[in-house]
Design a protein around this ligand. Structure first.
Ligand SMILES: [Zn+2]
Length: 244
C-alpha cells in the first residue's frame, strides 16, 4: 500500500512512524508540504528515506501569508523538479485568507504544475466547484482531489476528466466522503491518511492507510487484495514512482 498524503514534516515520532508503516505493509509514502519550512523538511526527509518517502511541495491555502507568497512560489518553482507532485495546494473557503489571494496563488501553482508536468494534490474545502474549474481550465493532466466530500455533480465531472479522488480514515464516519468513494470506480481512488490529522480523537500515522483500505473495501464490497493491488498500481502510475 502507498499512503499518498502524509504531513511527515509534522511528526514528532518520524522514524518510529516510518518503521511501523513498513512493518504494516506500507511500501511508499507521498510526503506533502504546506509552506516553506515544511517543504524544506519534506525534501530533507525524502532524501533520508529514498524509494520509500517521495516528496511533494506546495502552499496550503490555510498557510498563505500575503507578504510571503512570492518567496514561497519561488522556492516551489526552484525545487519542483525534485518532487513527484505539487501539494498540498488548493482553495479553502473557510480559511481567513482572502479568496482573491487564494485564487491567485492556486492559479500560479497550477501554472507551475503544467509547465513541469507534475500532478497536483488538491485541498478543496467548501470550494469543490471552483477548485475543479481552475484545475480543468489550466488543462492539468493529473490531479487528485484529496479527501473528496463534495457535491456529486462536481465529482462526476472530475471523473470524466480523468482525475482521481483520495480516501482517508474519515470514511469511518463521514457520509459525504463515503458517498463519493461509493460512486467512484476503484481505478480512480488513491489511499491516504493525511497524517497526523486526528480522526475522532486519534492522531493518524501512515500505517493507518490499512484502515483506509479496509473502509474502502467494505464500502465497495471488494476483496482486500483487489483494493490493495489496484490502489497501489494507481499510486505508482499517478506519481510515476517507478521512474525514480
Ligand atoms: Zn493534508
Amino acid at each position: 500500500m502507498i499512503d499518498t498524503h502524509a504531513h511527515l514534516a509534522e511528526l514528532k515520532d518520524l522514524s518510529q512512524s516510518l518503521e511501523e508503516a513498513r512493518a504494516n505493509g506500507v511500501e511508499g509514502i507521498i510526503a506533502v508540504g504546506s509552506e516553506m519550512e515544511s517543504n524544506m523538511r519534506t525534501l530533507e526527509i525524502s532524501g533520508a528515506y529514498q524509494k520509500f518517502v517521495y516528496p511533494a511541495i506546495g502552499y496550503h491555502p490555510l498557510e498563505i501569508v500575503e507578504e510571503e507568497v512570492e518567496k514561497n512560489l519561488l522556492f516551489i518553482r526552484t525545487h519542483v523538479n525534485e518532487c513527484v507532485a505539487l501539494g498540498e495546494i488548493g482553495l479553502d473557503y473557510r480559511a481567513k485568507v482572502r479568496k482573491e489571494i487564494q485564487h491567485q496563488v492556486f492559479g500560479e501553482l497550477l501554472e507551475i504544475a503544467g509547465e513541469f508536468d507534475k500532478p497536483v494534490i488538491v485541498h478543496c474545502r467548501f470550494s469543490h466547484r471552483q477548485a475543479f474549474n481552475m484545475v480543468s481550465e489550466k488543462r492539468i493532466r493529473r490531479a487528485v482531489f484529496h479527501w473528496y466530500s463534495g457535491p456529486v455533480d462536481v465529482l462526476n465531472e472530475l471523473l470524466e476528466r480523468g482525475y482521481f479522488i483520495s480516501a482517508t480514515p474519515a470514511l469511518r464516519y463521514s457520509p459525504p466522503h463515503q458517498e463519493a468513494i461509493k460512486r467512484t470506480p476503484l481505478e480512480r481512488i488513491l489511499l491516504e491518511t493525511d497524517s497526523p490529522v486526528s480522526y475522532q480523537g486519534t492522531e493518524s500515522r501512515p500505517k493507518d492507510v490499512r484502515m483506509t483500505m479496509e473502509y474502502v473495501r467494505v464500502l465497495k464490497g471488494l476483496d482486500p487484495e483487489r483494493v490493495t493491488q489496484q490502489t497501489t498500481i494507481s499510486a505508482y502510475q499517478f506519481f510515476r514512482l517507478s521512474s525514480i
